[in-house]
Design a binder for this molecule. Sequence first.
Ligand SMILES: C[S@@+](CC[C@H](N)C(=O)[O-])C[C@H]1O[C@@H](n2cnc3c(N)ncnc32)[C@H](O)[C@@H]1O
Length: 361
Amino acid sequence: MSALTNTHDVLVRNLDLLQGRVALLGVSDPAVLSHCGTTGLAMSEHAGIFEVLARVPGWQACYGYDAHQLESAAYDTVVVFLPKARAELTLRLTMARYLGRAGARLVMIGEKKEGIAGGVKQFQAVAQDSAKVDSARHCQVWVGGNQQPLAEFEAADWVGWTDVDCAGVGCSVAGMPGVFSEGSLDDGTRLLLQTLAEIPLKADRILDFACGAGVIGAWLHAARAQSTRAGLVVDGVEVQAQAVMCAEATYGKAGVNGRIYPSDGLAGLEGRWQAVVSNPPFHSGVKTDTSMTEQFLREVAQHLEPGGELRLVANSFLPYESEIQRQIGAVEKLAQDRRFTVYRAFRRGGAGVLPIKKPLG
Ligand SMILES: C[S@@+](CC[C@H](N)C(=O)[O-])C[C@H]1O[C@@H](n2cnc3c(N)ncnc32)[C@H](O)[C@@H]1O
């Protein structure tokens, strides 16, 4: 059996903390459940992990912060694993206050390198008589009482809106704690949109892989509304629960025609699109990790119609060009600035390739 992650391993060292009905918020390794010696609620905001949790007998699984099916004040112990984004800790602690009964035990576990020391103030603000009870595997464990239980918890209350403008096309984008580039348009996404303004996709059915809060779909929809061509569909794939919620809100507000698929990569996705766009992930936690995007590149051709275009932006130092060439077809660099490159390739087997335009930027 593979080793647990440090934070989950430390929970297993402290099983005596788990009393009564237990809720675990932010599970990153489903294997931890079999060590707990109890059952309860397991929440993950990662679509792939959530799917595994949902198959564990005896446990109720929850995808992110959608608490509609969950009972308030129903748990005696609520464990909060420190999220990657500090802003998300307040959201997670608020969910913990909602799930825990008055006086329930709140437990916070996080790695030092992920900033547990910085999260302690937030924990102390909601947990009575908080104290550090363990320090091991580069992690700390904090315990306190649920002194401010909440009767209401609505994830939608955490959604905020940002107006984004690029190449003369504007749209409104939803954001939530932990969602990529909340409150601003990412520089890589901006460069991608600039190429889409200058060299539009010749497609009416588009897939946005790793769509985040749905900014690309909303922008494409707004750009298309300025043209005479109608009938655009932009579907999205996204792993993170808050981003899925935001993308649905963004699409709803803008009237984008398209569906958001909660999914870890393209696994389980069926169908082909005329074009795929992406600003794909390159982080896993705090580390650079290109494996998700490499897997996406290995699988994307089967979701592209022959001759269909892949348009992707990435940090220029990331080694995607040869993989795109191998999996899709000849690669062009449509734009490049100090940090990012926008690539395009047409899937082999289609009718002709569009002429190369002069790079932007
Ligand atoms: C660089 S961000 C781009 C977000 C959005 N397209 C934008 O331009 O603002 C990458 C996104 O990939 C998502 N992601 C990470 N791993 C994923 C996976 N395995 N499958 C699907 N999406 C993933 C992240 O949650 C994040 O929202």
